[in-house]
Design a protein around this ligand. Structure first.
Ligand code: NAP
Length: 293
């Protein structure tokens, strides 16, 4: 079992990645703060991802901060030639996140973004960042100005492609008036469907859509219809949630996160092997509550 037979997507038209990627955020300490407790097993997860054929890893400067990018660097360098690493910037975190306090503030100022990009270049150990995603839009700064900064850094050769995170269609359109937007990363899964319009927009414009929290389907995992499809396919409900995303649109690149090689193997197997019919998709749409989205 591997990720090889999952289709690919060309980020920004040139970086070809398999549509099952890996979200590295879980490989940090509690509250996404500091290094992981068990560095050896975190490194085993990253190495296994590459072994499985996964060639897209998502991280961010605030995961740690810095520890997650450095873990990727220290584990995987020299990087495989086809590995694409996406990071994010534009936020500052002051301590471990808790469910009711993310301990983060948004800062899209040019001074901060430039400092953050230099930090990510160093922490990832690269000369150019493959995909730089604006983690959150700063309400204090017009998005066109922020894109102007990222466009200049791109022209300087420090970032290859620009992506956005947690945005609506109007914000994507405003950003695209200044620079090419290669990807959008929003919360989206079988049960969280408020960004259907963004998925459709990205599909129409061939912009990569990277759903975050792809497996966070909550109590919908207990749906009898979902359980029946999972049993038929011989996978856990999370495997069906993953297959549903990959079937939903050809521009979706899924980045399930895990700190376990066993779960990583299960996710790769489900993404490779589960084939959902149109009828299954209809059943799952109803489970996920598309009508209420
Ligand atoms: N742009 C943003 O603002 C933003 C926000 C949040 C996340 N993200 C990105 O999205 C990525 C994914 O998000 P996420 O990791 O928070 O959520 P997720 O992928 O939806 O779910 C991860 C959770 O599912 C569990 N899991 C994974 N595979 C499993 C399996 N086969 N069976 C049972 N449980 C399984 C993991 O536990 P185990 O460790 O025990 O496997 C973990 O608790 C992150 O790594 C990050 O890169 C971005």
């Amino acid at each position: 079992m591997n990720a090889m037979n999952i289709g690919t997507f060309h980020i920004g038209g040139d970086l070809e990645v398999r549509r099952l990627g890996f979200g590295a955020m879980r490989l940090t300490g509690k509250g996404v703060w500091g290094p992981p407790e068990d560095i050896v097993s975190a490194q085993a997860v990253l190495r296994r991802a590459v072994e499985l054929g996964i060639n897209f890893i998502d991280t961010a400067d605030v995961y740690g901060p810095g520890d997650n990018e450095r873990l990727i660097r220290d584990t995987l360098r020299p990087y495989p030639a086809d590995l694409v690493i996406a990071t994010k910037g534009g936020m500052v975190r002051s301590g471990p996140a808790t469910p009711d306090n993310h301990r983060s503030v948004i800062d899209n100022s040019e001074a901060h973004l430039r400092q953050a990009i230099e930090g990510s270049l160093r922490d990832l150990g690269v000369d150019r960042i493959d995909l730089y995603q604006l983690h959150r839009i700063d309400p204090e700064i017009p998005i066109e100005d922020t894109m102007g900064v990222l466009g200049r850094v791109q022209a300087e050769g420090k970032i290859r492609h620009i992506g956005l995170s947690a945005v609506g269609v109007e914000q994507i359109e405003r950003a695209r008036s200044s620079v090419e937007i290669a990807t959008v990363q929003n919360e989206y899964n079988l049960g969280t469907r408020k960004h259907e319009d963004v998925v459709d927009y990205c599909t129409a414009h061939n912009i990569g859509f990277i759903p975050f929290y792809p497996l966070k389907i909550g109590q919908r995992a207990e749906s009898e219809q979902l359980k029946a499809i999972a049993a038929r396919e011989g996978v856990a409900q999370t495997g069906i949630a993953l297959a549903w995303l990959l079937t939903r649109s050809p521009v979706i690149i899924a980045i399930p996160g895990t700190s376990s090689t066993e779960h990583l193997d299960q996710n790769a197997a489900a993404a490779s092997n589960v084939l959902l019919s149109k009828h299954d998709m209809g059943v799952l749409d109803a489970v996920g509550g598309k009508a209420m989205a």
